[in-house]
Design a protein around this ligand. Structure first.
Ligand SMILES: NC(=O)c1ccc[n+]([C@@H]2O[C@H](COP(=O)([O-])OP(=O)(O)OC[C@H]3O[C@@H](n4cnc5c(N)ncnc54)[C@H](OP(=O)(O)O)[C@@H]3O)[C@@H](O)[C@H]2O)c1
Length: 430
């Protein structure tokens, strides 16, 4: 067998320790598949003495992760520290600058700095691989970069955050409200103590912007992802959706037309006959629609030490084989700078929920705002008084432009008839 591929590994937390374990457990098979062994030679983390359940005594310990880039024996640097900037970015720049192959699971860093890093990898003629950054163990980057590379992709979308999907599916199964399930998820360790990145949709937006670049040959534009999380979904929304034949899912959706790129993370009503309606718990799923291949569905575990390590090591195997192409499936120079699409003209059906005061004329006021804005109502449900005496009104619209719905909501803004903010969810179309 030829020389091993030697790895310098920054970060020995959930994923980093998972990578060490995986390489130990499946090392022999991986060596046969890769054509050579893959060996960790050096590691870095914050605390040298922490018990991680793995033996790191045989690796060189390096205090400063950026120093791994200069490790003489390392062929590839793996970054599993996290954070869009800070030590992760310093290491990425140093490694690529030193001509080392680079592997990361860091969606925040790739979403913010992917273009710069891809340019640096191209200049150095080395690999920049990030399979684990999107949907954990699911080989969706490989699927888009390689398997679907012959297709014009019309749309890429999916369930990109396991914490949100866990919460929404539990709300649905148990009829409980968001805050209640979030506290339970935190107690069980399924949600971070500071869950903002997950439940406000930021994590899904990072992943979506990476998928959009790959799918549409677009320069990454994370700042253009319109992002809404799931904090304001209530149990009654989920019950209404169910009665109408839908499930509520936090989706990231991207499509491209002309030179315009649409990217949105938002809770959607997903029809029960769509596969994404049946993705429950912390599972992730991504759909890509290609002009020759049709609809592709990638589904699996989006997080966890095992699945994420599986994706990291798959990248290492590609590097060991010498099989890697441009990080975004085409040279950086070929990526188009695409302006954000105007969402006002997007057509679709929508779900609107109002919590209103229980008094005469409220329904007429809402209906008038819809009529004046040109929104056509397909169905309207009113549910009796809630605990605080307010009434829930849910509306499904006929297909129409989003600007009309926005105008209707604007008309109702500040109305004394409304208790709290209305909820607007789009209905996933085919
Ligand atoms: N966890 C998942 O399921 C998952 C899934 C997909 C992608 N990812 C991505 O994978 C990356 C790692 O996630 P994780 O869950 O493994 O994180 P984690 O468990 O928090 O581990 C982070 C590791 O980085 C080390 N570290 C943190 N700050 C450092 C610093 N300033 N200098 C040196 N080392 C530092 C920590 O050292 P100590 O251990 O000594 O504190 C720890 O070993 C992130 O980018 C994350 O987004 C994670």
């Amino acid at each position: 067998m030829t020389e091993p591929l030697r790895v310098a590994l920054a970060g020995l937390g959930t994923v980093g320790a998972g990578v060490v374990r995986l390489l130990e457990t499946n090392g022999e098979l991986i060596a046969r598949r890769a054509g050579r062994p893959i060996e960790v030679v050096a590691v870095s983390a914050r605390d040298r003495n922490k018990d991680r359940g793995i033996d790191i005594s045989r690796f060189d310990w390096i205090d400063d992760p950026a120093e791994l880039a200069r490790h003489a024996r390392a062929d590839v640097v793996v970054e599993l520290v996290g954070g869009s900037d800070g030590p992760a970015l310093a290491l990425a720049r140093a490694a690529l600058g030193a001509g080392k192959n680079f592997v990361t699971a860091n969606k925040a860093m790739i979403a913010h700095h992917g273009l710069e890093l891809a340019g640096a990898a191209e200049t150095a003629g080395v690999a920049l691989k990030y399979e684990a950054a999107v949907a954990g163990g699911i080989p969706v980057i490989k699927g888009l970069r390689e398997g679907a590379a012959a297709n014009v992709i019309s749309r890429v979308y999916g369930i990109l955050n396991g914490t949100c999907n866990f919460i929404l599916s539990k709300m649905e199964a148990e009829g409980r409200d968001f805050d209640d399930i979030l506290s339970e998820a935190q107690a069980l360790g399924y949600a971070e103590a500071d869950p903002g990145f997950d439940i406000d949709g930021v994590d899904a937006a990072h992943k979506l912007s990476i998928l959009a670049s790959l799918a549409f040959g677009a320069q990454p534009a994370f700042a253009d992802v319109a992002t809404t999380g799931v904090r304001h979904v209530i149990a009654a929304d989920i019950a209404e959706a169910a009665s109408l034949g839908y499930r509520v899912r936090l989706l990231g959706i991207a499509d491209a037309s002309g030179e315009k790129l649409f990217q949105r993370v938002h809770p959607y009503l997903v029809p029960l006959d769509h596969p994404l309606a049946h993705v429950t718990g912390s599972t992730n799923a991504v759909v890509a629609e290609g002009n020759y291949v049709g609809r592709l569905l990638f589904q699996g575990a989006g997080a966890g030490d095992g699945p994420t390590a599986s994706a990291v090591v798959a990248d290492l195997i590609d590097i060991a084989r010498g099989e890697f192409g441009p990080p975004y499936a085409m040279p950086v120079d070929s990526l188009a700078a695409m302006a954000p699409a105007d969402t006002g003209e997007r057509r679709g059906r929508d779900y609107l929920r109002f919590t209103v005061a229980d008094k005469v004329g409220v329904l007429a006021e809402i209906a008038a705002a819809m009529r004046d804005a040109g929104v056509s109502i397909e169905s309207l449900m009113q549910r009796g008084a809630m605990a605080d005496g307010s009434v829930l009104v849910a509306i499904v619209t006929h297909e129409g432009p989003e600007r009309c719905v926005a105008a209707a909501l604007e008309k109702l803004r500040g109305s004394p008839s409304l208790v709290g903010e209305p909820m607007w969810m789009h209905i996933l179309g085919s």
